[in-house]
Design a protein around this ligand. Sequence first.
Ligand code: ATP
Length: 432
Amino acid sequence: MNGVSEGLIIGTTVGVVIGVLLAVGILLCMRYRRSQAQIRSSSSRRSSTIPIRANGVNTCAELSTSTTGQESPREFEDRGPSLWIEGPGRKSLISASGIPKYAYKELQKATSNFTKLLGQGAFGPVYKADMSSGEILAVKVLANNSKQGEKEFQNEVLLLGRLHHRNLVNLVGYCAEKGQHILLYAYMPNGSLASHLYGENSAPLRWDLRVNIALDVARGLEYLHDGAVPPVVHRDIKSPNILLDQSMHARVADFGLSREEMLTRNGANIRGTYGYLDPEYVSSRSFTKKSDVYSYGVLLFELIAGRNPQQGLMEYVELAAINADGKTGWEEIADSRLEGAFDVEELNDMAAAAYKCVSRVSRKRPSMRDVVQALIRVAKHSHSSRNHHGRRLPPGRTDDESVDLEASEDQSSASGHQRQESVGSVSELPDV
Ligand SMILES: Nc1ncnc2c1ncn2[C@@H]1O[C@H](COP(=O)(O)OP(=O)(O)OP(=O)(O)O)[C@@H](O)[C@H]1O
């Protein structure tokens, strides 16, 4: 009898424990579901505050899983539907496709009432902002008088919220208050490539840094052309739009913003910057990825020659091309500030790639994917000769690039591209 009552007690206790555990489990499950639903509705409320306007090539609906996008939103999304970020005095919910909205007052304080001017661009002034969280941002206030301000704002907020790459100046927030349209970007402490190439107070850029910058920009553009779906055409690649971060990595800025149209002498409207404009675009008015490739070729020649188009860069290039057969002999246009400290083979390979990019016939220009592969080989050569002659890594730049270069090579061979190992492999680019 004793045995029976003991069994009854044990059975009842086990039953009660299981019941309690089940009840707690169900409760936790319900709370979790409710919090997920709240997050979802809150994030969709936030997304709906972002003005959306699908508008041709400069709009991006979704990103592909392209291997070129090291920081692709797909990766971001895979970590969960949304992330919370917290800073002193504010709490923002970031949805996978959205970006945080900042209060005008907060920006007013961080920019000392919009007095810390970094510079003035075609879209309006850019200020440095010291946020209370300790973050430093660049705040671009879109000019009120800009006819296209609203459209550009809508384009960029929507587009940049979805584009993430380490070679792009990523949008980190926006503000739409008091009739103002403001874009917030990561602050690039080393300024623009133009300021390094042409600034009187800047030390000359070393050759190995120029090679790295060329590859960084090519990767940023490759991501825009081949990683974004639908593809994004930049339309204004030039040295002032290439910014350098704290490690001297280059990042492409100002994409998604459509510049005010310029009037040509014959009265027709074109967009972009003189000297970088694809001649085919000027005659056909049709801007394509290959028009970006042309502007990128001009930028490569800027890196080589230390001159900009306003200083007669392309005339200089055409003169040199007469002697250079397109592949060798480019050293005669090398920037005098380099004082001969460059590898002739690397310079010729970079110039040969640049020359193909600036072909007058767009279909003869390489894709950015091909340019990246050619520049990887130049950069690899540059890295290995630096290692051979003792390490001379730029300040802040680590040797992890060599790992990156390997990874990208693997990707190209995985996708069936057969590449030869010599530096002279730019010959694989289409002939001009
Ligand atoms: N994220 C940033 N970090 C640091 N400085 C920046 C940043 N964005 C812009 N700047 C600086 O602010 C100034 C204005 O930049 P903006 O991009 O508006 O115009 P721009 O590229 O000089 O000219 P344009 O608008 O004609 O292309 C430039 O000196 C630029 O280097």
